[in-house]
Design a binder for this molecule. Structure first.
Ligand SMILES: [Zn+2]
Length: 247
């Protein structure tokens, strides 16, 4: 909105708002955006929607993913939509991916990254560079905190660098009905608070995490409110699991 202070002196050198004439000189840059939320809040669905909207405008983009829930190089949403994506491992320089497209004569107007919490901090820096230097719009989607309630390193770097931070506004609820912001790792019915940060439970690729081969059969994740995450309380449905129903 245009600031309209009464009787403001347009030559006021102390004003932090640039005058209209100088605003035109602001360089064109891309934006780095981070959409974050707990598991199951619809981030992948939103990522695919953003891609659809951008593509409809005639823009060309790259879809990147790190460890999709399907274990395949694709972005898959829980409501059944799937798009092929490029799997980015920790050693991939994301600037090189864009340069390779250029070398093939392709434009890259935007980049979408799903499971962005698994990016390395260096890769987040590379995305910021793409936004600043070659005007690529970057849309990252991911989980902010891990099962210990600590920021993922990639998410931390995104919080530090992103132009825009957006919580994904699909309510995910704890069993008690409160908003669930925490992703608890559950093993044999108990909340566990230490172990490897990255543990993909729903993939067959056991080579990915040899130490977790045994655990993959019994590990699952459950979203909880802060109080029940703190208490490690998984709710009555879990306690009743395997017991006779009393109703
Ligand atoms: Zn709760």
């Amino acid at each position: 909105m245009e600031p309209t202070p009464n009787f403001a002196d347009p030559t006021d050198a102390l004003s932090s708002v640039p005058a209209a004439g100088s605003r035109r000189a602001v360089p064109v840059v891309g934006h780095l955006r981070f959409y974050y939320g707990p598991m199951d809040c619809g981030k992948s669905t939103l990522a695919l929607q953003v891609d659809h909207n951008q593509a409809r405008q005639g823009r060309r983009g790259l879809l990147l993913v790190h460890l999709d829930r399907s274990g395949k190089p694709q972005i898959s949403s829980r409501i059944g939509i799937t798009r092929t994506a490029i799997e980015v491992h920790v050693e991939v320089d994301l600037r090189d991916l864009v340069r390779q497209r250029w070398a093939c004569g392709d434009r890259v107007d935007y980049v979408i990254v799903d499971e962005a919490q698994f990016l390395t901090p260096d890769q987040v820096d590379q995305l910021a560079e793409l936004a600043d230097d070659v005007q690529v719009d970057v849309y990252c989607f991911g989980i902010a905190t891990d099962f210990r309630s600590r920021l993922f390193p990639g998410s931390r770097r995104l919080f530090e660098l992103a132009d825009e931070l957006q919580p994904v506004q699909v309510d995910v609820l704890c069993w008690c009905g409160l908003p669930a912001r925490f992703n608890a790792r559950v093993q044999d019915g108990d909340v566990v608070r230490d172990g490897n940060t990255v543990l993909v439970a729903d993939t067959d690729d056991t080579e990915r995490d040899l130490h977790s081969v045994v655990a993959t059969t019994t590990v699952r994740y459950q979203v909880l409110c802060r109080r029940h995450f703190r208490l490690g309380d998984l709710g009555p449905s879990v306690a009743a699991h395997g017991q006779l129903q009393l109703t």
